[in-house]
Design a protein around this ligand. Structure first.
Ligand SMILES: *Cc1c(COP(=O)(O)O)cnc(C)c1O
Length: 422
């Protein structure tokens, strides 16, 4: 029945982040269960990247499916301008309780990039509504905040953004904070502080850049300075939120509170597209006025879709279960053990971990380009072992769903070890 899926796909579908001419194998998936995906030939794969970092509790989770199917028969969608519904109200209530106390309002969208767009528009219009002109943004080198134009603008300039380079708006890029560079960063901020609408950052882990990591104390110190300089802070927790870092949110590691936060990916446990931008009362109040023009004129057809909100509520129930929190801790300690075992391996340039996120940066030796060839072949190698690991260049990383078994984790570690020894 599924024999021709590959051919039919090739005839009509254009895949993301894929040079279609070079794409050798696109695998039809017909079923998901727990940490596994099954292809049309009956092969089973361990989803070690949580299907692009979204799946928290495993695939086709029966509890989420149950809640969503009940909601589907109750109310599937309603315009969110002029109307509301309980799933959106309850989700906002429940989530705000878990966020830094200054976060008081929620604006819904339907993916991570649009959650970032909304955050940027909030910051720029915040200044505009106050009669100020602030049109520069502060961001980190190696940042990634999404693929729409605003989100691309505040992301680092790479081969991904190159064709659009001249159409992206002005961003001041700084290094991530370390123990030694804070004074230097402050100087750069001082140069532009009056023009900066906001500072946007991925806290603790820069995912798409290759799981680059920095320390909470250093980020807190930088945030403290932005607070001092009255620069709005946008904390993009789209990837790191919902337990990935070992705590519920990266915010739980930081002593400073952001003004605005962005969420998506794990928000619905990976079952539905949903984006969320939260903000402080002070940000909200800059839009709350008798003047209709001060409103935030932004919305999407599927803003706060009831099914997506229901999935998010169900995922949150599961996330806060003792069993899930124990699973997160178990993954953290398994990662740590593996890190200690393999860190001195000759093929490894560096290895880093934050919570359930583990990244191995492999050595590239120009002369032989041995590891160059090596890492290009890693993806098919792991597939042949029944593992989905999608390296970012020479960086091999694990972001597993929390339900992954210890034996599957150890099987992945073993397969990595074998691959490095080949
Ligand atoms: C994935 C990601 C985004 C974009 O989210 P999409 O839903 O893919 O548009 C934004 N910021 C970060 C940190 C991300 O990892």
């Amino acid at each position: 029945m599924y024999n021709d899926l590959k051919q039919r796909d090739r005839a009509v579908n254009w895949h993301p982040y894929t040079q279609m001419k070079a794409a050798s194998e696109i695998i039809p998936i017909v079923k998901g269960k727990d940490a596994y995906l099954f292809d049309d030939k009956g092969n089973r794969y361990i989803d070690a990247v949580s299907s692009w970092w979204v799946t928290l509790h495993g695939h086709a989770h029966p509890y989420i499916a149950q809640k969503v199917s009940e909601q589907l028969l109750q109310l599937e969608q309603v315009i969110f301008a002029g109307f509301t519904h309980e799933p959106a109200i309850k989700l906002s209530e429940n989530l705000l309780k878990l966020l830094p106390v200054n976060q008081t309002k929620v604006f819904y969208t339907d993916n991570g990039s649009t959650a970032v767009e909304v955050a940027l528009k909030m910051c720029i219009q915040y200044a505009h509504n106050k009669g100020l002109k602030k049109n520069k943004i502060l961001s980190f080198h190696n940042a990634y905040h999404g693929d729409t134009f605003g989100a691309m603008s505040v992301s680092s300039r790479t081969v991904w953004t190159q064709p659009f380079g001249e159409m992206l708006f002005e961003v001041i890029f700084i290094d991530v904070p370390t123990k030694d560079n804070l004074e230097e960063l402050k100087k750069t901020i001082d140069l532009y502080s009056d023009e900066l609408a906001c500072f946007i950052y991925e806290p603790l882990v820069q995912g798409a850049a290759g799981m680059l990591m920095h320390e909470p104390e250093d980020l807190s110190a930088l945030m403290q300075y932005c607070r001092f300089k009255n620069i709005l802070m946008v904390q993009d927790e789209i990837f790191v939120g919902f337990g990935r870092t070992g705590k519920l949110f990266a915010a739980d590691y930081l002593t400073e509170k952001p003004d605005i936060m962005c969420f998506s990916k794990g928000l619905t446990g990976g079952t539905f597209p949903l984006g969320m931008t939260t903000c402080s009362e002070a940000v909200y109040e800059a839009f709350y006025a008798d003047d209709a023009c001060k409103a935030l004129f932004h919305g999407h057809s599927f803003t706060a879709n009831p099914l997506a909100c229901t999935a998010a509520l169900a995922s949150l129930d599961l996330l806060l279960k003792k069993q899930t929190l124990e699973n997160i801790e178990r993954i953290c300690s398994e990662h740590q053990q593996f890190l200690n075992e393999i860190k001195d391996h000759l093929a490894i340039k560096s290895i880093r971990q934050r919570g359930t996120i583990l990244a191995l940066e492999l050595k590239i030796t120009e002369e032989t380009s041995y590891f160059n060839r090596q890492y290009e072949s890693l993806y098919p190698y792991f597939l042949s072992k029944g593992i989905i690991l999608r390296p970012l260049g020479n960086i091999l990383y694990l972001v597993p769903p929390y339900c992954i078994s210890t034996s599957d984790l150890r099987y992945i570690y073993q397969s990595i070890q074998t691959a490095l020894n080949l």
